[in-house]
Design a protein around this ligand. Structure first.
Ligand SMILES: Cc1ncc(C[n+]2csc(CCOP(=O)(O)OP(=O)(O)O)c2C)c(N)n1
Ligand SMILES: [Mg+2]
Length: 604
C-alpha cells in the first residue's frame, strides 16, 4: 500500500532532492521505510542525529541543492537541532523531517511536559534554528507542503525548514493519485553590470570581497572567468577558500583577523568594496568596525533582503539578488571596460602581493618543535589529489589550511564558517563522500573537534572513497588556552591535558579499520604526507606543539575593562620596520599616482 510517507519522498525527489541522512526510530517508521524504497533517493544512516544533519548540510553545499535529514520524535529532534542551527547560521537549504505523536493526541506544552512516550514540543525546540516550522496535518496536501518547504529552504537567504509529520499521518493512504510534478521554475538572468559599473566609476581602489554566499556559483565557468579576467583584486571570506590560479596576484585569498596579511593590507587600503555573497559580520571585519569601514564605500550583492550595516558604514548600497541569477558575463564586460582607470591600484596590489607572500609568512613563523601546522597545510595543499573534497574543523586546522592552501578546480574546502561548532568536520566528510563529486575526501580537524562525532568513523569506513583524517593533536584546546593566557593570567581550566582525556589514536584507528600514520616533526612532513595520501582509509596524527598558536592574528587588549581590538592591517607578529616602510612607500606612491590622474584633465 502506498502511504503519505511514500508520497512525501516522491514529491521531494520529483523536485530534485537526492540525499537523505537519517537515524532510524519507531516514531518515523513509515517515513524511514518510504525513504529506503524511494527510487532516486540516496539514504545514509548515522549513529547520531547531529552527525546526520551535518552530513546533509555538507552534501547540500557540495551540490547547491536541498538535502533532507530525517530524525525520530523527541530525542532525535533534540539531537538534530544542532544541525538545523548550523544550516541556519551557514545559510544552507536543508529540510529536517521529524516524526511526531499521533495527530489526535494533544499536549498543552505550556503546562504539560508530555502525554506520549518521547513526546516533544518540536516547534519550540526548532524555533530559532529554522526559517519555518511546518506540521503536516491529516488533511494537508503532501505535494503542496513539500513544494512550500523546498521553496522556503532555497529562496531568499537559504536555510533550513522543519517538517513535522505525526505518526498516523505517515502511515495514511493518500487521498488521490499524485498530481504531475510542476515544471521546474526557469531562472531569470539579472544584469547587475549597471549598478556595479556606476559604483566602480566613483571609486579608485575597488576590491571584490567574495563570501560563502557565492558557493552556488563558485565552481561555474562564468563566475570563475569573471574573477580571473577582470584584473581587479579580490579577497575571500573564511570558508570560501576558492582560489583561482588564473587571477594570479589579484587573488589575495582569505582575509580577516587570522587571514592573509596581503589580503588584509589591500583591504585596508581599498576605497570601494563590492561584497558578493559576503555578510560583513564581525567574523569578517574584526571588532573595530569603524576602522574597517572608514573611507570605504560598500556595495553588497547579496540574497539576504534583510542585510544591513550599522552607522559604522556611511556609504552603503545593496543589491538584493540570488547569486545564481547574476549575469557574470555582462559584469565581466562592464568591469573590463573600466580597467584602465585602476592601473595605479593594480600596481599597488601586485607590489603588496609580492612583498607579503604566503610562503614567506609560513617560513617566517616556523616553530622549532613538532609539526608547524602552517607548513603542514602548505605541504598538504601541494600534494592534494586533483579531485578532492576537504572538510575542516574550526581552529588551527582550518585556519592554517585556509591561510596556506591554494586550491584548483575540483578541489573544494568546506568549513562551518558561521556556526563554528566542534564536531562538524567528520560527519561533513561523509556528506562529501556521498556527494559523489570526489574520489578522495580529506578531513582536517583538531584533537578537540575530532572527539565530538568519533562514532561516525564507522560510517566513513563504509564509504567507497579514499578518506584521510588528519588530526592536529596539540593536547586539547589551543584556541581556548590562547585566550586564557591573554586574559586570565594563564589559568587553563578545562583546556589542557590536566582536564581533557584523549584516546590512544593508533588503537582508535585500528578499531574502526583505518590505517594509522603519525607526523612528528617538520622534517617528516613531506614523506609522511606522501604515505598518508595513498588510496585507502587513514587516520594521521599530526603532532603540533601545544603552545603554537595562530599566526598572523589580531591581538586585542583589555584596557579599563574594555576590549581594544586593532585593525586588520595590524596583525601580530608585527611587520619589521623595513617591511612597514616598504608598505608605506607603496601607499605614498599609490596616493601620488591617483592625485596625478585627478590633476590631468581627461584622465578621470
Ligand atoms: C560544540 C562546541 N563546543 C564548544 C566550543 C568552544 N570551543 C571553541 S574552540 C575549542 C577548542 C578546539 O579544540 P581543537 O579542535 O583541538 O582545536 P585547537 O584550538 O586546539 O587548535 C572549543 C572547545 C565550540 N566551538 N563548539
Ligand atoms: Mg587541539
Amino acid at each position: 500500500m502506498t502511504t503519505k510517507s511514500d508520497r512525501l519522498f516522491s514529491a521531494l525527489t520529483a523536485r530534485g532532492v537526492r540525499y537523505c541522512t537519517c537515524v532510524s526510530g519507531g516514531g518515523i517508521m513509515f517515513l524511514v521505510d518510504a525513504a529506503g524504497r524511494c527510487a532516486g533517493l540516496r539514504t545514509r544512516f548515522f549513529h547520531h542525529e547531529q552527525a546526520a544533519a551535518y552530513a546533509a548540510e555538507a552534501y547540500a553545499r557540495a551540490h547547491s541543492e536541498p538535502a533532507v535529514c530525517l530524525v525520530t520524535i523527541g530525542p532525535g529532534v533534540a539531537n538534530a537541532v544542532a544541525g538545523a542551527f548550523s544550516c541556519f547560521l551557514n545559510s544552507v537549504p536543508c529540510v529536517f523531517i521529524s516524526g511526531a505523536k499521533r495527530s489526535n493526541i494533544v499536549t498543552a506544552y505550556r503546562t504539560q511536559r508530555f502525554t506520549f512516550p518521547q513526546d516533544a514540543d518540536t516547534r519550540s525546540l526548532a524555533r530559532g534554528t529554522v526559517k519555518q516550522f511546518i506540521e503536516l496535518g491529516p488533511t494537508d496536501d503532501v505535494e503542496a507542503t513539500v513544494a512550500r518547504a523546498l521553496h522556503l529552504a532555497a529562496s531568499g537567504r537559504p536555510g533550513p525548514v522543519w517538517l513535522s509529520v505525526p505518526l498516523d499521518v505517515q502511515g495514511m493512504a493518500p487521498a488521490a493519485d499524485a498530481p504531475a510534478c510542476p515544471a521546474p521554475v526557469r531562472r531569470r538572468r539579472r544584469d547587475i553590470s549597471g549598478v556595479v559599473g556606476r559604483f566602480l566609476d566613483r571609486v579608485r581602489k575597488p576590491l571584490f570581497m567574495v563570501g560563502r554566499g557565492a558557493e552556488p556559483v563558485m565552481r561555474g565557468t562564468p563566475y570563475r572567468t569573471f574573477l580571473a579576467d577582470i584584473g581587479l583584486p579580490f579577497v575571500t571570506s573564511i570558508g570560501s577558500n576558492h582560489t583561482i590560479a588564473a587571477a594570479a596576484a589579484n587573488n589575495l585569498g582569505f582575509f580577516g583577523p587570522t587571514g592573509r596579511r596581503a589580503a588584509n593590507q589591500v583591504l585596508h587600503e581599498a576605497d570601494g568594496l563590492i561584497a558578493i555573497g559576503a555578510g560583513l559580520d564581525i567574523d569578517n571585519t574584526g571588532f573595530d568596525r569603524v576602522r574597517f569601514f572608514s573611507g570605504k564605500a560598500v556595495l553588497a550583492v547579496n540574497a539576504d533582503p534583510y542585510l544591513r550595516l550599522g552607522r559604522e558604514c556611511a556609504d552603503f548600497e545593496k543589491l538584493t539578488v540570488d547569486i545564481r541569477d547574476v549575469d557574470f558575463a555582462r559584469l565581466r564586460a562592464a568591469t573590463l571596460r573600466r580597467s584602465g582607470r585602476f592601473e595605479p591600484w593594480q600596481a599597488f596590489v601586485a607590489q603588496v602581493s609580492a612583498l607579503l607572500p604566503v610562503d614567506w609568512e609560513v617560513r617566517n613563523n616556523l616553530g622549532p618543535d613538532d609539526v608547524d601546522p602552517y607548513l603542514f597545510a602548505l605541504e598538504l595543499a601541494r600534494r592534494l589529489p586533483a579531485q578532492v573534497g576537504l572538510s575542516g574543523g574550526i581552529s588551527l586546522d582550518m585556519l592554517a589550511f585556509s591561510h596556506a592552501a591554494t586550491l584548483a578546480v575540483g578541489q573544494d574546502f568546506y568549513v562551518s564558517s558561521h556556526c563554528g561548532q566542534l564536531g562538524w568536520d567528520l560527519p561533513a566528510a561523509v556528506g562529501l563522500c556521498d556527494s559523489g563529486l570526489y574520489e578522495h575526501v580529506i578531513c582536517i580537524t583538531g584533537d578537540g573537534s575530532a572527539m565530538f562525532n568519533l562514532q561516525e568513523l564507522a560510517t566513513v569506513s563504509s564509504c567507497p572513497q579514499h578518506v584521510t583524517l588528519f588530526i592536529l593533536d596539540n593536547g586539547g584546546y589551543n584556541s581556548i588556552r590562547t585566550s586564557q593566557d591573554m586574559h586570565l593570567g594563564g589559568r587553563r581550566v578545562g583546556s589542557d591535558l590536566k582536564y581533557l582525556k584523549f584516546p590512544h589514536w593508533p588503537a582508535l584507528a585500528s578499531a574502526f579499520d583505518f590505517e594509522f600514520e603519525e607526523i612528528r616533526n617538520n622534517g617528516e612532513i613531506g614523506s609522511k604526507l606522501d604515505r598518508a595520501l595513498r588510496p585507502g582509509k587513514r587516520i594521521v596524527r599530526v603532532c603540533v606543539d601545544p603552545e603554537r598558536s595562530r599566526t598572523p592574528r589580531l591581538v586585542s587588549r583589555i584596557s579599563g575593562g574594555q576590549f581594544q581590538s586593532p585593525g586588520l592591517d595590524d596583525q601580530f607578529p608585527y611587520l619589521s620596520d623595513e617591511l612597514a616602510a616598504r608598505l608605506a612607500h607603496y601607499r605614498d606612491e599609490l596616493a601620488r599616482r591617483i592625485a596625478a590622474d585627478h590633476a590631468e584633465p581627461g584622465r578621470e
